[in-house]
Write a protein that binds this ligand. Structure first.
Ligand code: TRP
Ligand code: SF4
Length: 332
């Protein structure tokens, strides 16, 4: 029997290359070896965006379409939406009862989120009860499938620690049942944004998986290069080319990277030409993924069916775990 893995993403809308290279590619490999559950954490989105739910459904679909396009295979992995598995909400209640207040108050990621909220204006600047419960709900997500491993980014590791603590506490109180899940660290995404900062939707420095070739090429032309280079026959310094050369190292072959380094250093390669070629290269690398995504965009009913079926499948496992929990807690 394969070990179980759970991971989720909040429905932030269309995903970018940072998500693909840093997270999804990793998931695609994991699904070959593990019993994988991947879900869209739409309740977690509500913890901060409860006052703006207009796009929640579409954002959820967009995330799933990106996963499918990148190679998450519904035959191998269970793809579902958190709120379509209401058993998670019931487990969340039991876990909330055994989680000391100071465990959630200590949570560093939550502290950061609270800080960001306070800088915003108008509604939604305060920390609500639901947001305080973020790590407990996340524990319910993970424990619902009695998962052994959780692939996450480094920023989520504190949450997994709380999950382990809650699982241990449950086992001590009611009897050994839950695994104490361990994080599998996603490889830090090697790709930075077009401006050299962390790639992110809100920084407007991202390339989306779903961008068209033309959009991508345009964006790549804005990538930062060697700032000391003014004319195209100035000698270049690829290692100081902050973004474009780094992208080449991700998308180009060893030979291509070697040639570009050589031509750049000798002043035989202009940055505009270099970035035009880079755009073409990225488009080529993404062509299969984008074609697949367009297919799902044109067949939204298939996406709906995958979500529906996956959520049903997740519920089967969830119901089984929940029955055990109810028995152990001695509920009616
Ligand atoms: N908090 C995670 C994030 O923002 C998303 C998430 C919710 C999650 N529940 C989870 C990740 C359970 C892994 C397991 O990225
Ligand atoms: Fe960077 Fe290419 Fe310009 Fe060299 S030629 S500085 S590698 S963009």
């Amino acid at each position: 029997m394969n070990e179980t893995i759970v991971s989720g993403m909040r429905p932030t809308g269309k995903l970018h290359l940072g998500h693909y290279l840093g997270v999804i590619k990793n998931w695609v490999q994991l699904q070959e070896k593990y019993n994988c559950y991947f879900f869209v954490a739409d309740w977690h989105a509500l913890t901060t965006k409860y006052d703006n739910t207009e796009e929640l459904k579409q954002n959820t679909k967009d995330v799933v379409m990106d996963w499918l396009a990148c190679g998450i295979d519904p035959e191998k992995s269970t793809i579902y939406v958190q709120s379509l598995v209401p058993e998670i909400a019931e487990l969340n209640i039991y876990l909330g009862m055994i989680t000391p207040q100071n465990w959630v108050e200590r949570d560093p990621t939550l502290k950061d989120m609270a800080k960001i909220l306070k800088t915003k204006e108008g509604q939604g600047t305060q920390v609500n009860y639901g947001l305080m419960g973020y790590p407990v709900l996340m524990s319910a997500d993970i424990m619902m499938m009695n998962s052994k491993y959780v692939p996450v980014g480094i920023d989520q590791v504190a949450h997994i620690e709380i999950t382990r603590d809650i699982a241990r506490r449950f086992n001590n109180l009611y009897g050994e049942f839950f695994n104490e899940p361990e994080p599998i660290l996603n490889e830090c995404s090697l790709i930075c944004g077009l401006d050299g900062n962390k790639m992110g939707k809100s920084f407007k420095n991202d390339i989306k998986i779903s961008d068209t070739d033309i959009e991508t090429s345009k964006k790549v032309m804005t990538a930062i290069t060697d700032r000391s280079r003014l004319r195209k026959d100035d000698l270049g310094h690829p290692d100081e080319c902050e973004v474009a050369f780094k992208y080449w190292k991700i998308f180009g072959s060893d030979d291509e990277v070697k040639t570009i380094r050589c031509e750049c250093e000798k002043g035989l390669r202009g940055c505009a030409q270099c970035k035009r070629e880079l755009g073409d290269k990225i488009n080529l690398c993404l062509s299969e993924i984008r074609e697949k995504r367009r297919y799902y965009e044109q067949h939204p009913e298939i996406v709906d069916e995958i979500i529906e079926k996956g959520s049903q499948k997740a519920r089967i496992k969830a119901k089984e775990v929940l029955q055990n929990v109810r028995d152990l807690v001695k509920m009616y």
